[in-house]
Design a protein around this ligand. Structure first.
Ligand SMILES: [Zn+2]
Length: 164
């Protein structure tokens, strides 16, 4: 009888986590420093600590996405509440982004398009967790509804927050 625990490891593909092509690329040498954001890769993860020894230069997955113009998630904000409270909403977006990227260097806001005072706003992010987390932060602060279906592996999350 074969035990499933004896199956050979398959490059993380069978881990049950959606595979992110930007995370599955060849592991950088340790330590490495991202030339764009100065994040450090050491002990198997990206962090904001200074490298413990002379570091190689290796672009982090978040900055690679930004350069490629390939977000991991998009969050659309819309509704009458956004227009009437545009400053508060955008302040929460920026504060939440700062907090998230401090703890998780690969989870960041890439850019914001659209004018919240007049219409929908599109936020592009480097991580699915940041996309979902920002949507949840908006609901917690202002109410409204969040639709954030989990995407297929390798596809971006397309989430919507709305409050009328
Ligand atoms: Zn970077």
């Amino acid at each position: 009888m074969n035990s499933t625990s004896h199956r050979p490891r398959n490059d993380g593909m069978a881990s049950g986590q959606p595979s992110d092509p930007y995370q599955l690329r060849r592991k950088p040498p340790q330590p490495s420093t991202c030339p764009d954001c100065q994040a450090t890769f050491q002990k198997g993860r990206w962090c904001w600590e200074a490298p413990s020894s002379v570091a190689a230069s290796h672009r982090c997955p978040a900055c690679q996405r930004i350069r490629d113009g390939v977000p991991a998630g998009e969050l659309t904000l819309s509704g009458a509440f956004l227009a009437s409270h545009s400053e508060e909403v955008m302040r929460l977006v920026n504060n939440t982004d700062e907090r998230m990227r401090l703890d998780h260097p690969l989870e960041r806001l890439i850019d914001v398009s659209g004018d919240p005072a007049t219409g929908p706003v599109l936020l592009r992010l480097t991580g699915i967790h940041a996309t979902h987390g920002l949507g949840k932060a908006l609901v917690k602060a202002f109410g409204g509804s969040l639709d954030a279906p989990y995407p297929d592996a390798g596809s971006p999350m397309r989430a919507r927050w709305q409050r009328d």
